[in-house]
Write a protein that binds this ligand. Structure first.
Ligand code: TRP
Length: 481
């Protein structure tokens, strides 16, 4: 049966019409459906879109996006970012969803199935390794966000007069071995607890609750922030288009951020696409996910900058903005305790729904390729990620001096994944979809349900010529940095 299934997939003529394709499918649909049944499926289109948006909306949106907009030309940067989303983000995400739905497999299985025995399967392995590595330090930072919820409740992060005081408190906290490891384990445990319940029962249900909660918190926070005295100064700083700040490097930053923010390049979206049934419309689903991710990133800035300006603090703090500046803002703000709890809960939810998808990539690999059951996969993967995360967690305390080439362990893992593995994976995915598996095959798969893939020509042009070159530029830009 497996052989037949393989034959069906591999020797399907590229120009097969959708109608012809349906015949193939109906013959072998029993195999397909048992397959699907064992792996799990999204039960609704909304569930899928929320889960994929949950993967995309993460620390990158809440923590990173606002400060890079603030530092790199405000509204002008946002414009460039939107262009990057359209010419890089959208095409790669659509390619990943399509590869996943077509093969109904994890990244390793997907590339193996489409080009058996070829080196392209390496993209899949890179994705699985990236999943392990990213999650190991993502869970450490996720742990920090949980700790700050608790510390908001107990008020210990709400007693600062200056960002320096908040900074000292933060540094002492991330250097505290026991606390950091406890929250690392707690965050990872929450993610694992959701993933172990499966695609529909765990991920879809959790995201169905968490993502709307995130949206509600965001609106509450935005109202509070925009009604503070002097709030508009912050909005102006954030969005005022300063074209003089735009140069090649800024464009590369925008490209890199578009890529990271949409969770591309490691098969996360491919894996989520593999739980789709054939009746879903892929292009419009991609559009929703891209839209939500961008909207949330933009709105978070509307929370942070008005508040920071209103309290007369410096917005150009860079990475320290969230943990050093904001607690100072919350300290002096009316309803500060509540707002602080709400903000760190928002941050934790964003991190949680991304963490889930990172784990799911790795778990799907062990389920599909190694025949493990979900429980075993989750427990083994969780144990390895916890262990891998320990040196990252200790990188600001016990192991702070254990530097290699001026970077601690945490920085290295972050650097290897964000600057090398993800861009490389994304570029190769684009080349694979555009040139190897090929535009006609992608088009076929998309048109299996959509009556017509209106944008096929434009998409084909972007994924073959523009996307790989653009990602290669980001990649090389970082390499020579
Ligand atoms: N998109 C996530 C964020 O904005 C980070 C991320 C990058 C990610 N690649 C991923 C999350 C892969 C899940 C899977 O923070």
């Amino acid at each position: 049966m497996i052989l037949i299934a393989q034959t069906r997939r591999d020797h399907l003529p590229l120009d097969a019409s959708p109608a012809r394709y349906w015949n193939y499918n109906s013959i072998y649909s029993p195999t397909m459906s048992t397959n699907n049944h064992n792996r799990g499926n999204w039960k609704s289109r909304m569930g899928f879109i929320l889960a994929a948006s949950g993967s995309a909306v993460g620390l990158g949106n809440v923590w990173k996006f606002p400060y890079i907009v603030g530092e790199n030309g405000g509204g002008a940067f946002v414009l460039i970012y939107l262009v990057c989303i359209l010419i890089i983000g959208f095409p790669i995400m659509l390619a990943e969803f399509t590869l996943g739905r077509k093969t109904q497999l994890n990244p390793v299985g997907a590339f193996q199935e489409l080009r058996p025995g070829s080196p392209w399967v390496g993209i899949g392995y890179m994705g699985v390794i990236a999943g392990f590595l990213i999650m190991s330090f993502y869970a450490v930072v996720g742990g920090w966000t949980l700790a700050y919820i608790v510390k908001s409740v107990t008020h210990s992060v709400l007693e600062f007069q200056t960002p320096q005081q908040a900074g000292e408190f933060f540094n002492a906290f991330i250097g505290n071995t026991q606390e950091v490891l406890f929250y690392h384990a707690l965050f990872l445990g929450l993610c694992l607890g959701i993933v172990i319940k499966g695609v529909h029962g765990g991920i879809e249900k959790a995201c169905g609750i968490l993502m709307p909660t995130l949206a509600v918190l965001l609106v509450i926070l935005m109202i509070r922030s925009l009604t503070l005295p002097g709030a508009m100064e912050g909005v102006k700083f954030y969005l005022y288009p300063d074209f003089s700040k735009i140069n090649g490097e800024v464009v590369l930053i925008a490209l890199g951020q578009a890529f990271f923010s949409l969770s591309l390049g490691m098969g996360a979206m491919l894996t989520y696409g593999s739980y789709l049934s054939e009746k879903e419309n892929l292009t419009s689903s991609t559009a929703y996910v891209v839209l939500f991710d961008t909207l949330i990133a933009l709105l978070v800035g509307m929370v942070i900058f008005p508040a920071v300006f209103s309290m007369g603090l410096e917005p150009t703090q860079g990475p320290g903005l969230v943990f050093n500046v904001l607690p100072t803002v919350f300290t002096s703000m009316p309803f500060g305790t509540f707002i602080s709890i709400a903000f760190f809960t928002l941050l934790a939810i964003a991190a949680l729904t991304s963490g889930i998808s990172l784990i799911e990539v790795v778990v799907a690999y062990f389920i599909d390729q190694r025949g493990w059951n979900r429980k075993k996969a989750v427990l083994v993967v969780g144990a390895i990620i916890f262990a891998l995360g320990i040196p990252s967690g200790l990188s600001f305390g016990l192991l702070a001096d254990a530097k290699f080439m001026e970077m601690n362990f945490f920085d290295h893992i972050d650097n290897i994944t964000s600057n090398y593995l993800l861009p490389l994976g994304g570029m190769l995915t684009a080349v694979f979809a555009g040139w190897v598996w090929g535009v006609p095959a992608v088009r076929n798969e998309i048109e299996k349900h959509e009556t017509q893939f209106h944008w096929a020509e434009i998409w084909g042009f972007l994924i073959r010529y523009i996307t790989p070159v653009a990602v290669a530029c980001v990649f090389l830009g970082k390499f020579f940095n």
